[in-house]
Design a protein around this ligand. Sequence first.
Ligand SMILES: [Zn+2]
Length: 361
Amino acid sequence: MKAWLTYGFNDMRLEDVPMPHAEPGWVVCKVRNLELSVTEIAEFRGLPVPSHENLKNMLAKRAPIQLWGHEFCAEVVEVGAGVTNVKLGDRVFYHRGVPCGTCKYCKAGMSHLCRSVINVSEDTPGCLAEYFPIPASTIAPLPSEITDKEACALQPLVSVAGRMEAVGIEMGDTVVVIGQGPMGIFCTQIAAVTGAGKVIAIARRDPVLEMSKHLGATHTINTTKTDVVEAVMDITKGLGCDVVLECAGGSKDQGHAGTDAFVQGLHMLRNEGRIAEFGHLPVGSTIPIGPIDKKGLHVIGQRSPSPRMIEYAIDLVATKRVQIEPTVTHILHGLDKVPDAIEITGNKAKYGSIGPAQVML
Ligand SMILES: [Zn+2]
């Protein structure tokens, strides 16, 4: 069978590898379709994302490795001993990594606070292949209402729902979503269905903002044309917003906002407002403590999604309250098209894509 093996940063090759087999607690999946996240592409390109040093060490020790690829729709074709949550023939998606089971949090029964999670596609072989093995506890079967295209993008939606649960949206909140990539568009839609009064979507591209409006944003702001802090202050009559969901941050080398959008977010919040970062800010990023301290802001960091949020994300898509398909703008056919998917997903403005390019096998 064929799989993409990574030899180093910017060096991935399609090769013949042995067919995997299911160890106890694992299954083997046949890929139906896959996509790469913007973060994975930044990692592949060797940009200074938080995981860079870890990946550098991993590649130095183990290359070539079947790295990356955790956003997929796949079919279970072999089930290892002891697996009960999925069965042969199930269509499945990946939702979250495996808690380590040995750290002080796991031992205290707080595995959702574990920060030594076994991550699929880094610590285990990823899905850039015809078949791949995966721990069964990291996947869930899909209801028939969810299409393959939607299933492929369900993992980032679960991740967004998990973080938004930590932020907490209250009825009537004014929620600002900075950046309208796939994470931002998911934030916009979930904010709209969970009780936000106003949902203000901010982005650089007008066609993207049109889609945000169609999917639940009550206000849109093009950051290239308007001072976004002033605009939010105008909309909230000078009070500031309750919540900022920041989805534009990340390496400026890859066209992201660095920490600029996060800092704008701090300035547009009301006293005791909440802010969460959904991008991956470059290592060593600094943010000013001034507005956080002065206004008593709450900064919410990362967490693993709870089982409840995994169910919730599935329900939101199955009942069409959250739309994924409009964000899938580019579809390629064949495993050999992975480099084209990387090119498109890594240069979304150039290709006019919204979500990552999907590859159908
Ligand atoms: Zn642990």
